[in-house]
Design a protein around this ligand. Structure first.
Ligand code: C2E
Ligand code: MG
Ligand code: MG
Length: 390
């Protein structure tokens, strides 16, 4: 396959000038490019041309950008989507979040008139970025166990500011034979859409439970957090299966936390409540991941038996620069504590953000400042050093 045919860009915009501008930039960036000025032609081109990048104008006279996003999601389109529009950045960001929530891979959002360099950079990222995969690729990779699990430390924010490692979050990566180490964002959405996430999670649990067993030798009270796609909560057998997996390895359920992203929690509400409650009865911890980004978070916190609330990194990373972000963090910590939950902040990148969290009584922190995700052997080394130093 030639280079140009591996990178295909399709733009839909009613303004001919914007279309030709984007196509020029795309072709220089090594894309084959096609254009459409209305939805029907656009969806036809989607089917025949199979773009790897879609540039979508949110505001067109005869079409609604949000409806187009919804249809792309229904059609399970795997192309990366770049939004452009004359509307303000806030509306664009909301549309981008909508696209992500619908399972699309959102590349970014640009306001017109946009900086050509910004467009170039985004296209370069899409090109270099993870190639698009199909279900069969993932299934084969799972069969071949091509996945590795990295660990990112979580520390307890206690009075002594000791920053002792209390736990770790398991974060999966795909060690692809051709493309190298791929981040979860390049395959988890596909795994969820194609219903292979169950098999992938089983593999992550299998690997990380073995690692936990090793790590417990250095720190017997270590907690392991594992990400759990909300759609797996439809499976009534899950709590028993997980309990068995832990028991077979002699791992205490109290030391295993399932991180569930709130966007997906509410599918079949009754079933989810059933499964989550049984997880808690078996003593697993339940964390609401990415708190503040999804839907109905308050209702879910109120109705479902969570034990931890994890403040989304987007707020924590903005803590130094945005009063609004600080207000949300402050409220989330208050709310979590009122509901008797442990509150963890993720995305802690600066000392000042960490100080801010300390001052508010946040219970746990995770982020690049404390430690980046690392391979299991390095994490074990870290634990061993810590154990020998106290
Ligand atoms: P998450 O569960 O919210 O995990 C935190 C993500 O934030 C990780 O990205 C981590 O590397 C990143 N991060 C942590 N601290 C910082 C920081 O200080 N600054 C910045 N900029 N980023 C930070 P990663 O590893 O790329 O994972 C992305 C997402 O993929 C995870 O978000 C999680 O939702 C999903 N994921 C990872 N592993 C699994 C898995 O085994 N199963 C499922 N279902 N999802 C997974
Ligand atoms: Mg997580
Ligand atoms: Mg998160």
């Amino acid at each position: 396959m030639g280079e140009a045919s591996e990178n295909r860009l399709l733009i839909i915009d009613d303004e001919a000038q914007i279309r030709s501008l984007v196509i020029d930039v795309a072709e220089i960036a090594g894309f084959a490019a096609q254009e459409a000025d209305e939805p029907e032609a656009f969806f036809d081109a989607c089917a025949s041309f199979q773009p790897t990048v879609i540039v979508l104008d949110l505001q067109m006279p005869q079409a609604d950008g949000i409806e187009i996003l919804r249809r792309l999601s229904q059609d399970k389109v795997v192309a990366k989507v770049l939004l452009i529009s004359g509307v303000d950045q806030k509306v664009l960001n909301t549309a981008k979040r909508f696209g992500s929530a619908e399972g699309l891979q959102m590349l970014g959002a640009l306001t017109k008139p946009f900086d050509l360099n910004e467009l170039k950079a985004l296209l370069a990222k899409a090109r270099r970025g993870a190639p698009t995969f199909a279900r069969a690729d993932l299934e084969r990779a799972i069969d071949n166990r091509e996945f590795v699990v990295y660990y990112q430390p979580k520390v307890k924010l206690d009075a002594e500011k000791a920053q002792k490692i209390e736990g770790a979050e398991a974060l999966v990566r795909w060690m692809h034979p051709q493309h190298g180490l791929l981040p979860p964002d390049s395959f988890i959405p596909l795994a969820e859409r194609e219903n292979v996430i169950g098999r992938l999670t089983d593999l992550v649990l299998d690997i990380s439970f073995d690692h936990l067993r090793l790590c417990l030798k250095a720190n017997p009270s270590l907690l392991l957090s594992v990400n759990f796609a909300a759609q797996l909560l439809d499976d009534l057998d899950m709590p028993d299966r997980l309990a068995r997996m832990a028991q077979d390895r002699g791992l205490p359920a109290e030391q295993i936390i399932l991180e569930i992203t709130e966007t997906g929690v509410m599918r079949d509400a009754i079933r989810v409540m059933d499964v989550l409650t049984r997880f808690r009865l078996k003593n697993f911890g339940l964390s609401m991941d990415d708190f503040g980004t999804g839907y109905s978070s308050l209702v879910q916190l109120y109705r479902l038996p969570f034990s931890e609330l994890k403040i989304d990194k987007s707020f924590v990373m903005d803590a130094d620069s945005s009063e609004e972000a600080r207000a949300i963090i402050r409220s989330a910590i208050l709310l979590g504590h009122e509901l008797k939950l442990n509150v963890c902040a993720e995305g802690v990148e600066t000392q000042s953000a960490l100080d801010f969290l300390y001052s508010l009584g946040c219970d746990k922190a995770q982020g690049y400042l404390i430690g980046r995700p690392m391979p299991a052997d390095r994490f074990l080394e870290l634990l061993t050093n810590e154990a020998s130093s106290d």
